[in-house]
Design a protein around this ligand. Structure first.
Ligand code: NAP
Length: 260
């Protein structure tokens, strides 16, 4: 049996879970692509390539040169540039694209969310009065908070930020999710957090901080997702299980379309 070559565009928990699920599947030969921004990515049982392709042109060339039969875009919801590149490259290289789009979080009745469009607006929404802020927006996007130095920040990221990128009054936690709600509650209490600032990433890995904030009555400044590129006509699923089911269905019913 000829195996279908899959390219998983990663940078999300779903991409890692898909990689694990497909590792021993004899029907597929999957490679995971990472941008290369995380210093020590989780070790996964499929081949991993790292670094950009050089825009949509470079990705289209990669797909053709490597006989890729299907691309699964499992990039993070805020990685809109790569999503657009995937759509364009798959169109040009005539490769099928499956988009895994994790739903955003929605507030529950306990939650006090202040919705903003970007990180500049998030920093502004903290206000002028010094506050104690839990910040989980990513180590490379601290500049707006450096411009609001009156606050105390507890910053959590997967890799440590560059020391010179930090706001003056900051404590650092280097940790990778998933996190449990009781731990998050203890963390918010221990650091006397008055506000949480986060992006609406969705998913289960980092939702516990929102549950903890809701229970403690701590408000959350929530950065809305950027508008994703137009995905009309592209098969889209919300979970890894749905993606696997679709792969099964394609393989069983329409394997010819996948080039098997
Ligand atoms: P982006 O703005 O959409 O992409 C910037 C560039 O990074 C792309 O044009 C591409 O370079 C390269 N790239 C992105 N994802 C790639 C992948 N899976 N494989 C190879 N190259 C990739 O993305 P971003 O917001 O900077 O995020 C970078 C990566 O971190 C993404 O993979 C994303 O899934 C992950 N991530 C992002 C966030 C976030 O909040 N933005 C959070 C967690 C994880 P070329 O044009 O040269 O191909």
């Amino acid at each position: 049996m000829q195996r279908v070559k899959l390219l998983i565009l990663g940078g999300s928990g779903e991409a890692a879970n898909l990689s694990r699920a497909l590792a021993n599947d004899p029907r597929f030969d999957a490679t995971l692509s990472l941008a290369g921004v995380t210093e020590q990515p989780v070790s996964l049982p499929i081949p991993v390539r790292r670094g950009g392709f050089g825009g949509a042109d470079g990705l289209a060339r990669y797909l053709t040169d490597n006989c890729i039969g299907l691309v699964i875009d499992a990039t993070h919801p805020f990685a809109v540039g790569m999503k657009a590149n995937a759509i364009e490259a798959c169109k040009r290289a005539r490769v099928r694209l499956l988009a895994l789009r994790r739903p955003p979080w929605c507030p529950s009745d306990d939650d006090r969310w202040i919705m903003v469009d970007d990180l500049d607006a998030a920093a502004e929404a903290i206000g002028n009065e010094p506050r104690r802020v839990f910040l989980t927006t990513g180590r490379k996007e601290l500049a707006p908070f450096v411009r609001a130095p009156q606050h105390h920040y507890l910053i959590r990221s997967v890799d440590a930020p560059e020391p010179k990128s930090l706001p003056p009054n900051a404590a650092l936690i280097v940790a990778r999710g998933p996190f449990a709600e009781d731990q998050e509650r203890k963390l918010l209490e221990a650091h006397r957090i008055e506000l949480v600032v986060t992006k609406n990433s969705g998913g289960t890995g980092s939702v516990a901080k929102l549950e903890a904030a809701g229970k403690l009555g701590v408000p959350v400044i929530m950065v809305r997702r950027p508008a994703p590129p137009d995905a009309e006509g592209i098969e889209t699923v919300a979970t890894v299980d749905e993606a696997l089911a679709l792969l099964d269905a394609h393989h069983a019913g329409t394997s010819a379309r996948l080039g098997v």
